[in-house]
Write a protein that binds this ligand. Structure first.
Ligand SMILES: [Zn+2]
Length: 255
């Protein structure tokens, strides 16, 4: 994707003028949520934001090429990161602040006549707060329909990732090798340790993991088999699924 080209495709709010936005008549608003946090010795702090931005851009481009009218907001780069405090500069806002931020954006969408909003979450720490936002809005008169899409491929997708990890592993490294290879410190690739549960049965319970114990180097898992090709496959598969959602929502009549 050529980021230097003006108005590469319709629907990128940051690159449009007010006349173009009026003419575009958006049906669906897409709000990507990233994060700025440590990602181990190999990946940059902006990894989550880069990934979700690329995913959302691809999806909106594909959907709008198929006749959808999805308007992409700029990615929110600072979100919830309460379990990363022991590492430097894990940028964070609180759960309630994040909820209010998203609620305010949904309200703004409503004021602009939008009835459908898609939150695209690119950061694990946001899930609970975003689901709570959906619960907060559900059933309220006049509020837009809001759904939460996570940048994960469909369940039947055979992932090329040989070593899954929930943070800074082969998948994220592969995606960044495709998106911003210049930011990947390939000389530092390795197998990064992951902590073990003291109480084994906790694997059946939900709790907020202290990440300095779970991923002591701020990334976990084997990363040496990462490749740009794998990253491209994972992101493009997720983008195709997200594009389908946007086309469906854009066409849907709200009643
Ligand atoms: Zn990440």
């Amino acid at each position: 994707m050529d980021m230097e080209t003006r108005a590469a495709f319709p629907g990128l709010l940051e690159e449009m003028t007010v006349e173009e936005v009026r003419e575009f008549r958006p049906e669906v608003v897409v709000i990507p949520l990233g994060s700025t946090e440590p990602h181990g010795p190999v990946l940059p702090y902006g990894t989550d934001a880069w990934q979700v931005t690329r995913l959302a851009r691809l999806a909106v481009e594909r959907a709008n090429a198929r006749g959808a009218r999805a308007l992409l907001y700029p990615t929110l780069p600072i979100t919830n990161n309460v379990n990363f405090r022991r590492f430097p500069f894990a940028l964070r806002i609180g759960v309630r602040t994040l909820m209010n931020l998203v609620l305010d954006l949904v309200l703004q969408c409503k004021e602009d006549g939008i009835q459908k909003v898609v939150l695209v979450n690119g950061h694990g720490g946001n899930g609970g707060a975003l689901e709570a936002v959906l619960r907060e809005i559900a059933g309220k008169d006049d509020m837009p329909f809001v759904c939460l899409a996570s940048p994960k491929p469909p369940a039947d997708f055979k992932s090329p990732i040989a070593h899954p990890s929930d943070h800074g592993g082969e998948s994220e490294t592969s995606r960044m090798l495709w998106i911003r290879p210049d930011l990947v410190r390939e000389d530092k690739l390795g197998d990064f340790p992951r902590g073990k549960l003291k109480v084994e049965a906790l694997k059946h319970a939900h709790f907020v993991r202290p990440w300095h114990l779970h991923v002591p180097e701020s990334a976990g898992g084997e990363t040496r088999e990462s490749s740009a090709e794998k990253g491209k496959t994972v992101i493009e598969t997720s983008a195709a699924a997200l594009a389908d959602l946007l086309v469906g929502l854009s066409d849907a009549h709200m009643d």
